[in-house]
Design a protein around this ligand. Sequence first.
Ligand SMILES: Nc1ncnc2c1ncn2[C@@H]1O[C@H](COP(=O)(O)OP(=O)(O)O)[C@@H](O)[C@H]1O
Ligand SMILES: [Mg+2]
Length: 405
Amino acid sequence: MLALAVALLVAVVIAEYVSFAIALVVAPLIAIACPALFLDRSIPEPEPDEQDEMPAAVLDGISDAVILLDEKRNVVAANRAARELLEEPLEGRDLALSLRHPEALEAANEAISGGTKHSAEIVMRVPVQRVFLVHAAPLPEATAAEPRFLVVLHEVTASRTAEQIRADFVANVSHELRSPLTSLVGFIETLQGAAQEDAATRGRFLNIMADESQRMARLIDDLLSLSRVEANEHVRPEGQLDISELLAGVIDSVSVQAQAKSMAIELIEPGPLLPVVGDRDELIEVFQNLIVNAVKYGREETPVRIAVSSVERIPEVGGRGLSVEIMDQGEGVAAEVIPRLTERFYRVDKGRSRSMGGTGLGLAIVKHIVNRHRGRLVIRSEVGEGSQFIVYLPVSEPETTQKAS
Ligand SMILES: Nc1ncnc2c1ncn2[C@@H]1O[C@H](COP(=O)(O)OP(=O)(O)O)[C@@H](O)[C@H]1O
Ligand SMILES: [Mg+2]
């Protein structure tokens, strides 16, 4: 019995990490070798209830659902993951009563009738959508007195989601590049034909073409920024910088845009602050994005306020830091879309964002940079009132000399 359990356990582990083929070869060897090892060392057979203890505990520790079936497809044994995933009671009943997925049952049937390994992919929709790979295979005859069949459900939701995000991203990038390109091609054709002699039309078209090519350039710059930050997100920046000076520089660079909408940018500071631990260029990008957004999405003739304060503890992340709060009085966004704002290419109003030169990547870049700094981004917004984007950043802890003084 112990040999069977150990063989089963090893088969499961190998099946999960290597392949069923190897598992099927190794399992009977262990089943045969195990009793021999015990005999060789003249270790007495453990008491009956001790026998199952170790393998059962180990099987329960495996995150995949593991189920052992008999020839009639009835469940003989199941580990904890299986009991949590499937409808109970499992043991002693047809698997179909607990796992209502035709593809999974078909794989089990084929393993039972055909005696070979079968796999299927199933999607469980309740309570949340999860994707599983189901592997069904007969256990080698030597491992059990009666024919037994192993069914393993291995969750692949995370990798399927990642694949989907990658596919969506490529589709989005292609689409975003295609529209300015299509417009450029159109204008070039018109300039080559009908508009050739008309200086006024030519001038107008060239301006639009310049805008469209700048849009493509911005998109490519943002994509490169995003991939650069993603690539080194796990490496924490080491530089130290003065946040007030950095913010003053960014405010200067945005002032022309603000003046065009008769908006003032106010900086509210509590006096001297500890230096921020961070990468200057990346933090300029963060505040540039947020302040430009506040100007773009804020109402004309309303101020944008930027308030800096020290915080004892960065929420959720921990550690001493400071917060930079960027507040606008604009249209705001609905509560349900707030979590989506930092998704790549997510824009509440696509046409509007585009017409203002937006790529929809700004907040995704901001979020990645803040994560890299072990900081935190908090967004609050109310429709019709305005939005607050709060960036928490870690500061360099004061030196002991400063503490003493
Ligand atoms: N201050 C803000 N007020 C209202 N909506 C905002 C604000 N900042 C960002 N948004 C919304 O979030 C979306 C994503 O922002 P972002 O990633 O910077 O892209 P972009 O500015 O290029 O459109 C914007 O399109 C807009 O709908
Ligand atoms: Mg933006």
